[in-house]
Design a protein around this ligand. Structure first.
Ligand SMILES: Cc1cc2nc3c(=O)[nH]c(=O)nc-3n(C[C@H](O)[C@H](O)[C@H](O)COP(=O)(O)OP(=O)(O)OC[C@H]3O[C@@H](n4cnc5c(N)ncnc54)[C@H](O)[C@@H]3O)c2cc1C
Length: 637
């Protein structure tokens, strides 16, 4: 199949406007006759549901949680980017576009990224109009801070709770549509399968998480806004419910999966502290505006931070990357932190941590100023570690954080299945091989508020879809498949908990497909995962029954999908014989240990098609062409 990204012709600056003009329009009275399923109520799903309903469509919105407000987006801390240039520090749409392309190590689409930068400014206007309380400076204008990979300040924020405030804004808009009857909410539902009729996406199969009832829901189009799958690593900064299942089920039905091996490791998380931990906590990248990262110069130096004099400290990011200092992008910072710890300079009990120190900023700006920006993050840190970061430097270490991979989508955000769209973190996104901080919220809201409302109309206006009901045989067959899978999980009746399998799977991936990879390790991981998957299907214990609130069953379904997905992820990592962004294959590095791309052979998006049960996935590629930027070796020095 030829992958046509449907990128409009013409100059970069005009593509989106021209495309919107050329898209077919669905007239307002027709929209009222059409229904759209949106799965997910994070920033992407809530904003899409609210906006589509405002346009007149009948929207059915699903989420796992009891309230849309509890989607993982609520956890986002640091901020959201936009090219407003309020700071007058040289920012522009072009600079945001360029930083994002470069930050992603030249593995994203120019046209999409440019559109994202253009739309970023509308997002801020929309959110301000909704009443999102962004931080302001003395004049009343919205203020900004800096995030990694940028030398300007373009990040809008609400202290360390930006995701929460943005989601409350989107939730208010969504609630308005629920009250008007144009959105029907289905909370506490787990989407188990996609239903296709005549080759198009026409509905979903959901499990009611309270009663276990298997439900069928039909629509004219389906939008997946199901977030990221970083929990495949077991330990990650994502919410416990974040999963790959809905997009993986769609992949099995024919949607291509793009760049599954691109996982972001965030440099500043609270280090792992024990074997029985199930979650990792992020310390926002915003902290690197004021916190300085350092380790003792001498390996094995176990003195407490305050006893190590200035001359014996190595501010390794500032020394190695003088232009960007502590604000190098996440992939670069993470690898450098690991390198220091590998050299024996790590701090804390495990030696797997470096300091993030606010002493100088507190001296310069005063404690109150630092508290105004980060106090809730400092409190969170203190609650977890019992250390006060105003007095003792934080200890941080990289952790799995974000999935750049996801369902392949074209410029319209449509997958390879007609009528199936993917938005937010669930698609393979605009971030290439590495996402810059504060740009996931930007992308989710760009997709939901501004892009999908246009492009889905273009699809529906030209689609000529038959009217169907959930009595259609395709629904009956998908229901049966879901019931059979649930019964299979319940009947394993083995001895090992699902969590235990998940933990081991996560360790394999972290070891062999984490911050750095190599060809031999990836091959070994494939064997290990395969063997563990076999054991899972023979020895897992899934207690209880389907017809009840059964979180073990929920989890088992997700872990089963994580197993299959891991194999896809490893295949992708093995096929990409270069290093780029987060995908650091030790076999391909520059003399000073930076990622070494191979633009001649790998300047593409890897898009994988399901090859059949227990068969290898089928590789397709979308070649990336760069007409507006020159491909260079990424440097932050
Ligand atoms: C701790 C933390 C801090 C972050 N801080 C920032 C930041 O400061 N700036 C930034 O830009 N980005 C940040 N990010 C990244 C950002 O938060 C996410 O990428 C973004 O919120 C994802 O939004 P989403 O709408 O795509 O998905 P989510 O918010 O993950 O929502 C997914 C939705 O899909 C539903 N769902 C999933 N699977 C199913 C299923 N099978 N059936 C039914 N429903 C399903 C869920 O219930 C949920 O409603 C942060 C991430 C973390 C982990």
């Amino acid at each position: 199949m030829t992958l046509d990204a449907k990128i409009p012709a013409g100059p970069l600056e005009n593509k989106w406007e021209k495309h919107c003009f050329e898209l077919k329009l669905e007239n307002p009275s027709n929209r009222r006759k059409l229904s759209i399923i949106v799965v997910g109520t994070g920033l992407a799903g809530s904003s899409a549901s609210a906006t589509l309903a405002e346009l007149g469509y009948n929207v059915k919105t699903f989420c796992i949680q009891d309230s849309p407000r509890r989607a993982h987006s609520i956890a986002a801390q640091g901020g959201i980017n936009a090219a407003k240039n309020y700071q007058n520090d040289g920012d522009s749409i072009w600079r945001l576009f360029y930083d994002t392309i470069k930050g992603g190590d030249f593995r994203s689409r120019e046209a999409n990224v440019y559109r994202l930068a253009q739309v970023s400014n509308h997002i801020i206007d929309q959110c301000v109009a909704q009443g999102v309380p962004f931080a302001r400076e003395y004049s009343g204008l919205l203020t900004n801070r800096s995030f990694g990979g940028a030398q300007v300040s373009r990040t809008f924020y609400s202290r360390g709770q930006t995701g929460q405030q943005l989601l409350l804004g989107a939730y208010r808009a969504l609630s308005h549509q629920v009250a008007s009857g144009r959105v029907t909410l289905y909370p506490r539902r787990d989407i188990l399968d996609l239903v296709m009729i005549d080759g198009s996406a026409r509905g979903v199969i959901a499990r009611n998480l309270i009663t276990g009832e298997i439900e069928s829901h039909s629509a004219h189009a389906v939008v997946l806004a199901t977030g990221g799958y970083a929990n495949v690593f077991f330990l990650s900064t994502n919410a416990m419910a974040s999963n790959v299942s809905a997009i993986f089920r769609a992949y099995r039905k024919g949607a291509y999966f793009a760049n599954p091996c691109f996982t972001q490791i965030h440099p500043t998380c609270i280090p792992v502290h024990g074997k029985y931990q199930s979650k990792l906590t992020l310390m926002s990248e915003s902290l690197r505006n004021d916190g300085r990262v350092w380790v003792p110069k001498r390996p094995g130096d176990k003195r407490p931070a305050h006893q190590i004099p200035e001359s014996e400290r190595d501010y390794f990011l500032e020394t190695k990357y003088p232009s960007f200092g502590n604000l190098v992008p996440r992939d670069v910072a993470s690898r450098n932190v690991k390198e220091q710890c590998d050299q024996g300079k790590g701090v804390g009990d495990t030696g797997l941590a470096v300091y993030l120190d606010f002493t100088d900023s507190i001296k310069m700006e005063g404690k109150d100023s630092i508290a105004q920006k980060y106090d809730n993050l400092f409190q969170m840190y203190e609650k977890i570690t019992a250390q006060n970061p105003y007095e003792t430097p934080m200890m941080i270490y990289p952790a799995v954080h974000y999935a750049m991979g996801g369902l392949w989508v074209d410029y319209n955000l449509m997958t390879t299945i007609p009528g199936l769209f993917a938005i937010g973190e669930a698609n393979f996104s605009d971030h290439g091989a590495n996402r810059l901080g504060a740009s996931a919220l930007m992308q989710g809201l760009a997709d939901g508020y501004f892009i999908i409302p246009n492009t889905i109309g273009g699809y529906l206006a030209g689609a000529h879809l038959k009217e169907i009901t959930t009595d259609h045989p395709a629904f009956r067959s998908a229901v049966q498949t879901s019931i059979d899978r649930i019964q299979r999980l319940l009947s394993i009746k083995g001895k090992r908990t699902v969590d235990d399998f998940h933990k081991e799977l996560g360790l394999i991936l972290w070891e062999y497909c984490g911050m750095s990879r190599n060809d031999a390790g990836l091959a070994k991981a494939k064997q290990l995962v395969h063997a563990l998957k076999d054991e899972f299907w023979n020895n897992a214990i899934v207690p209880g029954i389907n017809e009840e609130f059964n979180q073990s069953l929920e989890k088992a379904g997700r872990v089963a999908d994580f197993f299959e997905f891991s194999e896809l992820m490893l295949s992708d990592a093995m096929a990409r014989k270069e290093s780029c962004g987060c995908h650091f294959n030790e076999n391909y590095q520059t003399e000073d240990n930076e990622a070494l791309r191979d633009d001649e052979n790998f300047c593409h998006v890897a898009a994988w098609a399901f090859g059949g049960e227990d068969k290898d996935p089928i590789f397709h590629k979308e070649l990336l062409s760069f007409e507006n930027v020159v491909l260079t070796q990424r440097s932050y020095k």
